[in-house]
Ligand binder design. Sequence first.
Ligand SMILES: NC(=O)c1ccc[n+]([C@@H]2O[C@H](COP(=O)([O-])OP(=O)(O)OC[C@H]3O[C@@H](n4cnc5c(N)ncnc54)[C@H](O)[C@@H]3O)[C@@H](O)[C@H]2O)c1
Length: 334
Amino acid sequence: MVKGKLELVICGAAGGIGQPLSLLLKQSDLISHLALFDVVNAPGVAADLSHINTKSTVTGHGKDQMDEAMKGAHTVVIPAGVPRKPGMSRDDLFKINAGIVRDLAEGVAKNCPGANVLVISNPVNSTVPIVCEVLKQHGVFNPRKVFGVSTLDAVRASRFSFETNSSIPPSSRVTVVGGHSGTTIVPLLSQLPNNFVGSLSKEELEKLTYRIQFGGDEVVKAKDGAGSATLSMAFAGARFTLAVLQATVGGKTGLIESTYVNLAADADATREFKAKTGLEYFAQDVEFGPEGVQRIVPLPTLSAYEQGLLEVAVKELKVNITKGTAFITDNSKI
Ligand SMILES: NC(=O)c1ccc[n+]([C@@H]2O[C@H](COP(=O)([O-])OP(=O)(O)OC[C@H]3O[C@@H](n4cnc5c(N)ncnc54)[C@H](O)[C@@H]3O)[C@@H](O)[C@H]2O)c1
């Protein structure tokens, strides 16, 4: 197999997110080898993408070929697992996806222990702690290199804010903190320019916030049993992955995205927050650097409304984090 300078692996590459995400990443010159791993259909997707005349070589890896796909990879993106059906919460996916993500994290520890790991599989609030605990058990955990991809919340926040008031460009980046599910999603709309929040009534602000928190449900309902967000997620996943690559190998500085990380990634910046909330994981603005997380950007001053949302989020996050961590450290409790 041709091994290029920068190998990026997509686990679950033949899925609803995996395919369009692979297509978007095939367009990046930063990647020399795109390795597509899935338990079904990976060779077909790889053959198809490999005809596109961009720089990267594409290889497909089936069920028993995880190790060869991951060997020496720079970055591993994980959109593997089952998506939601109408009426399901992200937490309902835990039973199946926890085991899938654990096995993939074992593969990372064994084959590419220094890789950046980007976790898309839900419930992200719990699957990220699973990855971190597996890497810890293998003695290869680096908190600067494990990311929960919550970018879709920021993408939705930008789009829905623009729909509410067109003076906010749709490309504006909204900081979204907390976690990635329902009320753990806390969009900091007070940070938007032009007194955006001031231009909204209380009801409008609550409606917009709710839509950002539960936007995924709109897609699950409209797809009517055929899955959850895939195309918008692929867009968000590619945006996040490319930011990580541009900072780690592309030499770009100052790139910031909100992402769900272990707070040990920047212990100094988060010490006070951790002591106050008791949380070990939290989504916050992160600036990327050559080693992954360069720094966690301190929380800005929140409005009273956002402070209330944060308190609700913290309570739920604690439960989600404990569930993920215990899945690895104390399997008998699950
Ligand atoms: N982070 C987010 O914002 C976000 C948004 C939408 C969906 N998701 C999550 O992403 C995940 C994937 O969603 P989807 O719509 O692409 O689902 P999908 O069912 O269309 O695709 C999942 C793919 O994973 C593969 N797979 C299953 N087990 C695997 C394993 N052990 N190793 C490798 N591949 C494996 C399947 O064969 C399938 O091709 C779900 O957990 C979903 O909830 C996350």
